[in-house]
Structures are given as C-alpha cells and as structure tokens.
Design a protein around this ligand. Structure first.
Ligand SMILES: Cc1cc2nc3c(=O)[nH]c(=O)nc-3n(C[C@H](O)[C@H](O)[C@H](O)COP(=O)(O)OP(=O)(O)OC[C@H]3O[C@@H](n4cnc5c(N)ncnc54)[C@H](O)[C@@H]3O)c2cc1C
Length: 511
C-alpha cells in the first residue's frame, strides 16, 4: 500500500499551502485532489484560447515584502514567486451613479465629497481614525506565527510586546464591525459602502463581519501608496507556484483522486480510500481541505463524537454563486477599462439579497496573455448570494434548468452592459455557471461560498478534531473565507505538525 507521512484531501489554496509547507518541513506529503485541475475555488481553466479564473481575482499584499498577507508568507516560506501586475482602480456602479474608485488614502475622500458633501468626509476621517489602532492590532501578530498547541507561546513570544501595546484594540477584534459603524458613522452612504465591503470580504454584512477583518482591510487598502495585485497568468499561476513548492520539497499531487473515505484504525486516522478503490496510508496525519460539510461524510460512523458531528454539521452556510465566463472580441473597447467593477442595484434591498450585487472582472486588461490577441476574458458573478434551494434537484440537461439559467443570469448581463454596452455582439465563448456547477466543479456541498458564522457565535474552530491524526485546513477552519484566510489556515495546520524549532526557522525565512 502506498504510504506517506501526510495525506491531504483537496488542493484548494488552503490544502496546497498546508501541503507545500509540510513538505518543506520535511514530511512526505501526498495531496489527493478530486478534480483534474488543482486549485479548488481558485483553479484556472481554458476554453478556445481563453484562460479563465474560476473564482478569486482580487489580491493585495502579494507583490511586495514585508507584507501582512499570509499567502505571501507561504510563497516566501517555500521560496516560490509569482509575477504580479499592479493596479489601483475599480469601477463602481451604484444607485448614486457611476465612478471609479482607487485604493489608497485619499481618492475615496474625493468621491465622498462629490456624492455626500463635507460632513460625510468628516465622518469618514473619524472612522479612519477609529480604525487606525484597530488595524495596528489586527496586523500585530502574523498568522504564520500561530500553531494549535502550547508551542505557540514560544512562536508568538517575539510579538508579545506589540500584542500588549495593542491590547485595547485586540479586545475589540471579535466584535461585529456594525458596532463600530453605529458608534462612528451616521451617513447612509458610508454605512452602505462598508456593508458592501464586509459582504465582499466575509460573505456576511457588517453585523456578521468581525472588526478584526475590517481593520485588516482598512490597514491594507486605505494606506498611502497601496496598490492591488493580479497574478500574471491568472489564479492558475498562483496555484502552479504552490504546486511547484509542494513538488520541490518531495511532495506528490494526485489529480482525479477523489477520496471516498478516511481510514480509521484503532481510533486514529491512518489513511484514505480513493474512489478507484486504492488505499493510501498516512503515517502521521490525514488533513482535509474539503469543506466541513464535505469532510464529515468521509469519516466512518462513530469515529467522531456525536456532539462534534452535530455542531460542525450545523455550521451556518453562505449561499452560492451564479457565474458568467465570457471570451469576447475586444475591438475598439476603451483602453481604460477597469479590471474590476461592481454593481449594486439597490441599497434598500439587503446587500446579501439574491441578484442585488454583481462583481465583474476583466483580467485581460492587466494581463493580455489570458486571451488571444485583441480579445478579452471576462468573469461576472453574483457573490455568495444565489440560493441553492432554487436549483436543488434540477436536471442539468433539462429545459427547466436552461430556462432558470437564462432568467438568473440576466442580472449579470445587465450589469455587464453598463460597462460594455454592446457586449452581446462581442461574445465568442459563453459559459453560464449555477450553484449546481459550483457544487460539481468545486466539490462543495450546495455550492456554498463557505461558513457564514457571525462573530457573535464565536470563531471558527482550529485545525484539530477529536479523531487522532485527523486535521482540517481551509475556509471551514479559523480564520475563514478568502485567500489570505485560507493561507493562514494552511500555515496554522502545517505549523501544528512541525516542531517549534522548524516553525521558528520558517518564520525567519518567511517574515
Ligand atoms: C467566485 C469567487 C470569487 C472569489 N474571489 C475572491 C477574491 O477575489 N479574493 C479572495 O481572497 N478570495 C476570493 N474568493 C474566496 C476564495 O477563493 C476561497 O475562500 C478559497 O479559495 C477557498 O479555499 P479552500 O482551500 O478553503 O477550499 P477550496 O478551494 O474549496 O478547495 C477544496 C478542495 O478540496 C477538493 N475536494 C473536496 N472533496 C474532496 C474529496 N473527497 N477528495 C479529494 N478532493 C476533494 C475540492 O475539489 C477542492 O479542490 C472567491 C471565491 C469565489 C467562489
């Protein structure tokens, strides 16, 4: 039976970060991915010469050092690089009108003055002042220093003084960001805008987003001179760098290797059984990067305590996505198209409501190599707000499914027509994805964006489980959804299996 120290289930960014780091720590690692393409929600794919991102395209803190982004720390720890192109502007289409906004200290103030006047600007300045110490608190401790055992006292010791100094800010970290907003801001537009950013970051509005998460975003996006990053080659370039890192340290990636069951021997996870029937032995640990709802069914009955099963199964779930992937003719399009744009149809409807918020990305604006000469690649999606229930049980080949697809995709076409009015005449490749597509290609139950746990209900659990030898990583574990967060989770899980000395050496290299 093939054997390695560690078997990782899933090659999402969480699983890849964790697997590559464990290989770097000297473990033999086998990573089993169900799909034939690695990367999970961040995988890239090709159709007729167009390269598409299946998911993320918004990155920051990746192209420079020192950075606060744990994903950058992973790349540095495994000594891998990605080429990044920088930009700072995104298009905004909201009920108040259309404008471009940039990350950085000042431009949003100009937008605010035009839309809402000086009183709103003063409130914004006040919010920035409140968030500044919170931002220092949120970035005081790099997640790379964390591990889920008592060794953490040694690995965070170098940050003890910074942590103490930022104690008051850290005390507010887990409060919902809505509390800060209510205390500081009365302007309706700033509140709506913050609610929108919360939803984009966490999949929940300000009432469900932690102050720490928003403080991190403020520290990153609203500081002078900041730029956003996009990986040359698309999200696949990032995935490839992590795969290179895994293999460079001796790890193995098995694609099309769906794990059917976790093997349990003497109350310990000892390997996995693949759908093909093959068994892989794990001498040290099995780590699941699959979502918690996709992990639990892999564990034999009675191997986990009932209370744990029920609690984790009941983790609140974000909704799913509609996707539109297009390859278009770019003839005579304006040269200053923004790579990213968002459309909010109505502020009076909750930002979480289906079809209210649409996100667009045209990465070929930054990296023309993603499409044939003169063409563009486009990804439009409704982020984490498409109800799975609407789609459940539909036959993907049936007429009802096709009709619903056309109906539910209409809001994405309308949003895109605001950016490229004659978009429909330009289309050369058209792929519409639904929650069923999302569920199928990302192997995520109900095509969910991930856990929607509001901070009032506590933090997501760490990597350990009650079953010896079984750990988890990815967006179902602390800290949650998003590339920086799942990279942090990959770091924490891998560090927990490393010695304190190995961990400290890694920190020296990565930070
Ligand atoms: C459309 C979209 C846009 C996004 N935009 C951004 C963005 O701009 N910036 C940002 O930071 N974040 C963004 N996110 C969020 C981010 O992409 C995710 O939070 C993150 O990629 C999740 O990574 P993960 O490793 O936790 O899980 P996943 O990516 O879901 O990986 C889990 C892996 O496990 C595999 N798997 C599951 N079950 C099995 C099994 N039984 N056997 C073998 N393999 C299995 C799956 O195939 C998958 O590859 C976006 C997400 C989406 C969907």
């Amino acid at each position: 039976m093939p054997s390695s120290d560690i078997v990782v289930i899933g090659s999402g960014i969480g699983g890849l970060c964790c697997g590559a780091l464990l290989a770097r720590y000297g473990y033999s690692v086998t990573l089993c991915e169900s799909h034939t393409i690695p990367g999970g929600a961040a995988h890239g794919f090709q159709r007729q010469g167009f390269t598409f991102d299946s998911g993320p395209s918004l990155y920051s803190g990746m192209s420079y050092r020192p950075s606060t982004n744990p994903l950058r720390h992973v790349l540095d720890a495994i000594d891998e690089t990605v080429d990044w192109v920088n930009y700072d502007t995104w298009g905004v289409y909201i009920p108040e009108g259309q404008f471009d906004t940039t990350v950085g200290a000042d431009q949003f103030v100009d937008v605010l003055r035009t839309l809402r006047g000086d009183a709103a600007v003063q409130e914004w300045r006040r919010l920035q002042a409140v968030m500044a110490p919170l931002g220092r608190g949120a970035t005081a401790l790099p997640p790379a220093a964390l591990r889920w055992d008592w060794g953490v006292l040694q690995t965070i010791a170098p940050y003890a003084w910074t942590l103490l100094r930022n104690g008051p800010a850290l005390a507010q970290a887990s409060a919902p960001f809505s509390q800060i907003l209510e205390r500081t801001v009365s302007d309706r537009f700033i509140r709506d805008w913050m609610n929108l950013l919360c939803f984009l970051l966490s999949g929940l509005p300000a009432t469900g987003t932690s102050t720490a998460e928003m403080a991190f975003m403020f520290a990153e996006w609203y500081r002078p001179g900041v730029t956003l990053d996009y990986p040359i080659g698309g999200s696949a370039a990032l995935v490839n760098a992590l795969v290179r890192g895994l293999k460079k340290y001796g790890g193995t990636l098995r694609l099309g290797a769906h794990v059917e069951q976790v093997l349990v021997t003497d109350q310990r996870a000892t390997g996995v059984v693949l759908r093909s029937g093959e068994t892989l032995q794990a001498n040290k640990a099995v780590i699941s990067n699959a979502s918690i709802w996709d992990t639990l069914p892999l564990i034999p009955d009675a191997a986990l305590p009932k209370a744990f099963l029920e609690e984790r199964q009941a983790t609140p779930q974000c909704e799913s996505f509609m996707h539109l992937h297009l390859g278009i003719d770019g003839t005579d399009l304006p040269p200053d198209l923004a790579c990213h744009a968002i459309v909010v149809n109505d502020w009076d409807t909750p930002i979480t409501a289906p079809q209210n918020l649409v996100v667009m990305s045209i990465p070929t604006v930054l990296d023309p190599s993603l499409a044939p000469l003169g063409k563009h690649t486009i990804h439009v999606y409704t982020p984490g707000n498409e109800p799975y229930d609407l789609w459940q049980g539909l036959d993907r080949q049936g007429a009802a499914y096709q009709a619903l697809k056309a109906e539910r995709a209409a809001c994405m076409w309308q949003a895109l027509e605001r950016v490229i009015p004659d978009i429909r005449q330009r289309v050369e490749v058209e792929l519409t994805g639904t929650p069923l597509t999302h569920e199928r290609f990302l192997r995520r139950q109900r095509g969910t964006y991930g856990p929607g746990l509001p901070p009032q209900q506590g933090l997501l659990p760490g990597p350990k489980t009650p079953l010896k030898g079984l750990l988890c990583t990815g967006d179902s574990t602390f800290p949650g959804i998003g590339l920086p967060a799942v990279a942090a989770s990959g770091l924490i899980t891998a560090n927990t299996l490393a010695s304190v000395r190995q961990h400290q050496q890694m920190l020296q290299q990565a930070l």
